[in-house]
Design a protein around this ligand. Structure first.
Ligand code: NAG
Ligand code: NAG
Ligand code: NAG
Length: 438
């Protein structure tokens, strides 16, 4: 568990103005669509970048440090700049940035090779590969929102990002040319949008198996039929892992991923017997629970996974639900006979992640725990993370779908809903029809 000192550091991170927005009227919030790629199970979004603007498809990386894009191949823009090593923009990247000379590294065609470049290590968190790239700035444009529909485009003229080689795209969904980092860094998308438009350092993620939504800024966040999930969220503190979880990082750099304090797990109100010391983050940065959009399913350290699946199987058996052979990547599968159907998905034992007190609970119902692999077989959508993984529990995308999550970076807390299916809406229910005249 993070100490209160870490908590204080988190809350008091310097708020710096990074970029200057061109706008006629300042938006209160921005909105991005998020779709799920069927073959990789990655979540994709699209922004407009460069001059002239072109759409850029990006893999959403909740714990990523910043935006990185392939700029070796087809990066054409009349407005990009290289802030250089002695700039404030390089220093706010803090540990992530170092100064480099003119050595071969990716840059847009025709760009001169400068001395004193600001080098950032871009991270492909899917394949866990890092590559040095240069800090650049260019125009980024996304749609504003009043919370109900997309509105006029909002443009940041000097949006910072890292310029990555084409080879770093390996492992990303087809069409993606980079990753959108939403982590707790000074140059992540939420931080740059908040400082550009002077709105609160808050953002919300609502993933869907279809088209979900990300909001930057504060509520309202409206889903059809006129439901704002943020009016009834449960809050839990966000914790700092003192050791970076990126593939490439410098000594002393802390993680910018989002960790929460799971203290125990219950299945049908019974506590699963676990070695709870694994649930705390130790001084070397091992253990704890984080939230990830690059893991398609929740991953648990082996001993936790074993105890968890045994308890789930026992509770399922007590309901006459019978096992079926495993279907990769899952070990624990069941016949759909004796599994009822409810508003919250398949009628299976419910799972509860207990947070800072017994009354603060993240409940995972059948819609988020079970994956249909055929008409007759459904599997528990959790996978074994092996012995001694860096993080004990990684809550993955499938468990997040149709759950509304609001990250409050100033308050250092996460607000979460239970499955929105219980409120008769879904994360696919944002109305992406623009209310503005194009
Ligand atoms: C519990 O986990 C900690 C951290 O990995 C380990 O040092 C300890 O030996 C474990 N305890 C038991 C009883 O397995
Ligand atoms: C399970 O099946 C047994 C035998 O058919 C039956 O007696 C029992 O009521 C069933 N239990 C549940 C929870 O359905
Ligand atoms: C979506 O928003 C548009 C523009 O405001 C509106 O005309 C339309 O009725 C909305 N659709 C639904 C299903 O609410």
């Amino acid at each position: 568990m993070a100490s209160s000192l870490q908590f204080l550091l988190f809350s008091s991170l310097l708020f710096l103005s990074l970029s200057y927005a061109q706008r006629s009227s300042r938006p209160n919030a921005l909105v991005l669509p998020v779709s799920k790629d069927a073959s990789t199970l990655q979540y994709l979004t699209k922004i407009n970048q460069r001059t002239p603007l072109v759409p850029v498809t990006l893999v959403v990386d909740l714990g990523g440090r910043f935006l990185w894009v392939d700029c070796e191949n087809n990066y054409v823009s009349s407005t990009y700049r290289t802030p250089g090593c002695n700039s404030d923009k390089c220093s706010i990247s803090r540990f992530a940035a170092v100064c480099g000379g003119c050595f071969p590294s990716p840059r847009p065609a025709g760009s001169p090779c400068m001395r004193n470049r600001c080098i950032l290590s871009a991270d492909n968190s899917v394949t866990r590969t890092a590559n040095d790239g240069e800090l650049l700035e260019d125009v980024v444009s996304v749609q504003s929102t009043d919370g109900s529909n997309p509105g006029p485009a909002a443009t940041v003229s000097k949006f910072l990002f890292s310029c990555a080689p084409t080879s770093l795209l390996k492992g990303l969904a087809g069409g993606a040319t980079g990753m959108a980092g939403l982590g707790r860094s000074q140059i992540s998308l939420p931080s740059q949008f908040a400082s550009s438009f002077s709105f609160p350092r808050k953002f919300a993620v609502c993933l869907s198996s279809g088209t979900g939504v990300i909001f930057f800024g504060d509520a309202p966040y409206k889903l059809r039929p006129n439901i704002d999930p943020s009016d009834s969220l449960t809050y839990t503190p966000l914790f700092i892992n003192p050791v970076s979880t990126s593939s490439g990082y410098l000594l002393g750099e802390s993680s910018v991923e989002y960790f929460i304090g799971v203290t125990s797990i219950k299945i049908t109100d019974k506590v699963v017997p676990l070695n709870t010391s694994l649930l705390s983050i130790d001084a070397e940065g091992y253990g704890g629970t984080k939230i990830s959009t690059v893991n398609p399913y929740t991953v648990m350290e082996s001993s936790i996974y074993k105890a968890f699946t045994e308890a789930f199987i026992n509770e399922a058996t007590a309901r006459n639900i019978t096992r079926a052979p495993s279907v990769a990547p899952f070990d624990v599968c069941f016949s759909t006979n004796n599994v009822g159907s409810t508003r919250l998905g398949p009628g299976v034992p419910f799972i509860e992640l207990i947070l800072q007190s017994q009354s603060v609970v993240w409940r995972i119902t059948g819609s988020n725990s079970m994956v249909y692999v055929s008409d007759n077989v459904l599997c528990l959508g959790f996978v074994d993370g092996g012995l001694n993984p860096r993080t004990a529990i990684v809550i993955g995308g499938y468990q997040l779908e149709d759950n509304f999550l609001q990250f409050d970076l100033e308050g250092s807390r996460l607000g979460f809903s239970y499955s929105l299916l219980g409120r008769r809406t879904t994360c696919g229910n944002f109305n992406f029809t623009s209310s503005s005249i194009p």
